[in-house]
Ligand binder design. Structure first.
Ligand SMILES: Nc1ncnc2c1ncn2[C@@H]1O[C@H](COP(=O)(O)OP(=O)(O)O)[C@@H](O)[C@H]1O
Ligand SMILES: [Mg+2]
Length: 372
């Protein structure tokens, strides 16, 4: 199946991975079930050394037609280690019969696309949680770019969610794979996330990932698939020819709306840097935190005010009771049993006279009845 040159390249890869301790024997994996199908092949949930892993089994078609992309992806995974990159566990590389697999830690919460639309993981989550997710994605992509790699296929299906809902960027080295027409349409949905310059197949930079990031987080904040109801190819055409973008109006924060729109500007040089993106997201988080504190203060103030008002009312009611008792005692000729007549005096003092204290209606009346 492989040419002599390809065999040579694969031997080289094998040596590197053995040296680094990342070569897995197929027999060490216990494939359990399929969890996803993408452009490169089928991905399975499997057991490896007693824990759950994801195994991407490259299709024979990809091995035959696009081996350089497969090798790229493996090498990138070996070198990229970051809290927002899917942890790499190793590769299976067997030539007879050809069996090439990429093994990563299993993301228990699936991919972001599923989490938004099928599992509804974010349906009731506060904005803060989504901003933290967006921040993780931004930090992962920032790291990739610093390592000199453009992802080129940033989309919700390629962002995984760990057990603690930490976003993990997955599916690397796809630039050449996504150039293949059959992988750009239909199921993979990449077109909906692609920057105009990528669609046009003109020269593009890491800013293409910034564009796709904007589309992804817009989907996260609005729970809406980009260009829903429009065919991917038509959506892509509208993006390039008409400058159409996904609907951002349901993003519940103006700063986030501005950030998203900045990310998907047609002029790639005007799209923000990762440090600006991370900075803006942090600001939004700080604002949410501040708003929470203000709200807590408002509640505390309201409580204090409530206590003050009810104390005043209760004080008045006590005074009224004391006064009527004193009046009764006086009428029956008994000396006042109340040794503390401050309340009576306070009520008799015209300066302390409060409107409404002389009748038995309203809040005072309620309290009086309530006390009986
Ligand atoms: N580590 C993982 N944990 C859980 N699910 C995964 C993992 N890796 C991939 N998947 C699932 O498999 C799908 C395809 O994997 P991906 O690496 O994107 O392959 P492809 O190159 O074929 O698109 C993903 O969209 C996701 O749903
Ligand atoms: Mg994928």
């Amino acid at each position: 199946m492989f040419t002599a040159r390809e065999q040579e390249a694969l031997d080289e890869v094998k040596k590197t991975f053995i040296k680094r301790g990342f070569l897995i024997q197929q027999a060490e994996l216990d494939l359990i079930k399929s969890v996803g199908r993408g452009a490169a092949g089928q991905t399975y949930l499997a057991k490896y050394k007693d824990h759950d892993v994801a195994v991407k089994k490259y299709s024979q078609d990809i091995l035959r037609n696009d081996l350089p992309s497969v090798i790229n992806e493996m090498k990138f995974m070996l070198d990229l280690e970051h809290k927002n990159i899917v942890p790499f566990e190793g590769i299976v590389l067997e030539l007879e019969p050809p069996s090439v697999m990429l093994v990563s830690t299993f993301a228990i919460n699936g991919d972001l696309l599923d989490a938004i639309h099928r599992r509804k993981k974010f349906a009731d989550s506060p904005l803060e949680e989504k901003v933290v997710t967006a921040m993780g994605i931004a930090e992962g992509l920032q790291f990739i770019h610093k390592a000199g790699i453009i992802h080129r296929d940033v989309k919700c299906a390629n962002i995984l969610l760990s057990d603690s809902m930490t976003p993990w960027i997955a599916d690397f080295g796809f630039s050449r794979l996504i150039d293949r027409v059959n992988t750009m349409t239909g199921e993979t949905g990449s077109y909906r996330y692609m920057a105009p310059e990528v669609i046009k197949a003109s020269k593009y930079s890491d800013k293409a990932d910034v564009y796709s990031f904007g589309v992804c987080i817009n989907e996260l904040f609005t729970n809406e698939q980009p260009f829903r109801g429009t065919q991917p190819y038509e959506a892509a055409r509208n993006v390039v020819l008409l400058g159409v973008r996904p609907d951002y109006r349901r993003v519940p924060n103006v700063t986030l709306q501005k950030l998203i729109r900045a990310c998907w500007q047609a002029n790639e040089s005007r799209r923000p840097s990762w440090s600006l993106i991370v900075g803006v997201l942090q600001e939004v988080l700080d604002d949410i935190e501040m708003e929470k504190k203000l709200e807590a203060t408002r509640i505390a103030e309201n409580k204090r005010e409530f206590t003050r008002v009810s104390d005043t009312i209760r004080g008045r009611t006590d005074n009224d009771r004391e006064r009527s008792k004193a009046e009764k005692d006086r009428d029956s000729g008994k000396p006042s049993s109340d040794n503390d007549d401050r309340g009576v005096q306070r009520n008799e003092d015209p300066r302390n006279h409060q409107p409404g204290t002389d009748n038995d209606t309203g809040i005072r009346g309620f309290f009086r009845k309530f006390k009986r």
